[in-house]
Design a protein around this ligand. Structure first.
Ligand code: VG1
Ligand code: CO
Length: 553
């Protein structure tokens, strides 16, 4: 008997449905609470809206996987049955339904798939009452651009039926091919292709020698999220880091009850280790779906904006980038640290709206090689997503070559380029109406702000960021309010597009200090007068009724 279950004809059902009004994808896919996704027809409507917005999917290959959070497996079974009913030819699914976001991007590219569906709400908590999410990625491996997400949303607003086959469940744990109606499901190793790609970019021999030398200790906290199996395979098995280097390496449906968000607040166990006695030399963490990273040295937090700049400045030390960078790109709120590196090496630096989807065209057109966001996202043209473990490997490669501490590397960088003091203040769970009033008030202030003086600060420009894509000319408006001062300092206000409850107001504050003698200041202290000014201009406390931010990074 053949081990492959073949069912030739299968009943395709057309299920009558009605639109849900709230299926507009945000910064990175559609994110809602699990109970919302589990309402009858909710997930199905959104998936059918994706399929309906794609032309020519019949017989094509798709990639499917998620970060292992609660509802991942059930959603995969539903999506597979719908893909089959919609005429998809083949779906590559990560074993146990697991694919990190960068691994999914890698697999889409490697197999020249038509696209992929990634199930994740990234750094948002998981569990029966927590968050779930669906992202659609296009054939370049990257997040669907706005014209695709808008088409999906428009379709979701008029949808009246979806297609699904009647069938049993696919075994997601067993590697190999299974048949689902006319479609082939291939359950693939979640880690192998990604590991191979990392080996092609970094000097694994040198990193391995360094990790085994006994001179260097690292700690990787996977926060019970998707990078656990990847980090164990790469750091411990391939590179020979000591057992236990990877902490919280078992993906759990609720991430152990934590926020799988690699920042100083939510990755507190790692922070305690790295700021405690006998701290390792290097610490890192990643988020729910593996696309974010946090980098720490002994008693030192490297801001994501600085990390991007340092990777760019040291890229010539890493095999995959030794031939130089075509350019760099950063999101608008990300600090200008990388701009200074680009200027020095003589390459272009692009400023995009928040969200990885805006980097896709620049990477495809070879205008940028490295990209980054202040929100712990860094990546390159190796895939079309930000990539947490890639960033960790990049740092390890630099450390192995330079044989210096993280602190020395960061301080030398500041000495050469100056230091961009930078911080983000998040006000989470704010009443939506109040957050909107704050932004509207700010918008109406904009025309009169330019030229205005506030003590030592003179406003140079004040606008609502608008971006024209240099490749396809598409325009994205209202991407964040920015107020720049004549000395180069900036404050920026945005509302988050990834939350599932209330609104999150983000305030970004940046101040450049060229003088190395003034680089020892605490970040919040260095930025305190700008933070006070931000409140004065935006009336944050008065408008949203909050005394202080929920999270400061
Ligand atoms: C946040 C970050 C943004 C990032 C996005 C998705 O968006 O600020 O930089 O691209 O999350 O990352 P927002 O709209 O909430 O500010 V992930 O790792 O959550 O997919
Ligand atoms: Co993420």
């Amino acid at each position: 008997m053949s081990p492959i279950k073949t069912i030739k004809t299968m009943n395709v059902q057309t299920v009558v449905t009605q639109p849900f009004r709230d299926q507009k994808p945000g910064t990175s896919g559609l994110r809602k609470k699990v109970p919302v996704f589990r309402q009858p027809h909710y997930l199905e409507n959104f998936i059918q809206s994706i399929f309906d917005s794609l032309e020519g999917l019949t017989g094509k290959t798709f990639v499917l996987g998620g970060d292992g959070r609660y509802y991942n497996r059930q959603a995969i079974q539903i999506i597979l049955k719908m893909a089959s009913a919609n005429g998809v030819g083949r779906v590559l699914v990560g074993q146990a339904g697991i694919l990190s976001t960068p691994a999914a991007s890698c697999i889409i590219r490697k197999n020249q798939a038509f696209g992929g569906i990634i199930l994740s709400a990234s750094h948002n908590p998981g569990g029966p009452e927590a968050d779930f999410g669906v992202k659609y990625n296009i054939g370049n491996g990257g997040p669907a651009p706005e014209k695709v997400t808008s088409a999906i949303f428009e379709r979701s607003q008029v949808i009246d039926s979806y297609k699904i086959i009647e069938a049993g469940e696919i075994n997601l744990d067993q590697l190999g091919s299974q048949q689902l109606g006319g479609m082939t499901v291939e359950v693939i190793d979640s880690v192998a292709d990604y590991t191979e790609l990392m080996e092609s970019l970094f000097d694994f021999n040198q990193i391995s020698q360094f990790l085994k030398s006994g001179q260097f200790r690292m700690c990787m906290d996977s926060l019970h999220a998707v990078t656990g199996p990847y980090a164990q395979a790469i750091f411990e098995q391939k590179l020979g880091a000591s057992a236990g280097t990877v902490k919280n390496g078992m993906p759990l449906e609720d991430f152990g009850g934590g926020h799988p968000d690699p920042n100083l607040v939510y990755a507190h166990d790692l922070v305690e280790i790295m700021f405690g006695d006998h701290a390792p030399d290097f610490g890192a963490a990643s988020d729910g779906d593996g696309d974010r990273n946090m980098i720490l040295g002994q008693n030192l937090f490297v801001t994501p904006s600085d990390s991007l700049a340092i990777l760019a400045a040291n890229a010539n030390l890493v095999p995959g980038y030794k031939n130089g960078l075509a350019g760099v790109a950063r999101s608008m709120p990300t600090s200008g640290a990388v701009d200074r590196v680009a200027e020095k090496i003589g390459i272009d630096c692009y400023e995009t709206p928040t969200g990885w989807k805006f980097f896709g065209n620049l990477l495809d057109a070879d205008k940028a090689t490295l990209c980054g966001e202040e929100s712990f996202g860094t990546g390159s043209n190796h895939v079309r997503e930000k990539d947490g473990l890639w960033a960790v490997l990049f740092w390890l490669n630099i450390l192995a070559v330079r044989q210096q501490s993280v602190e020395d590397i960061v301080k030398e960088h500041w000495k050469t380029y100056g230091r961009n003091y930078y911080s983000r203040h998040d006000y989470e769970g704010v009443e939506i109406d109040k957050a909107n009033i704050l932004m509207e008030n700010l918008r109406s202030l904009l025309p009169e702000l330019a030229g205005k003086e506030y003590g030592q600060y003179k406003v140079k420009y004040a606008d609502d960021f608008s971006y024209t894509d240099p490749v396809d000319g598409s325009v994205s408006e209202k991407q964040g309010i920015r107020i720049g001062f004549s000395d180069g300092d900036r404050i920026i206000f945005r509302l988050s597009g990834t939350g599932t409850q209330g609104a999150t107001l983000r305030l970004y504050v940046e101040s450049y200090e060229p003088d190395a003698n003034k680089h020892k200041q605490d970040t919040q202290a260095a930025l305190s007068s700008l933070i006070t000014l931000a409140d004065e201009i935006a009336q944050i406390k008065n408008t949203i009724g909050r005394e202080k931010p929920t999270v400061i990074t």
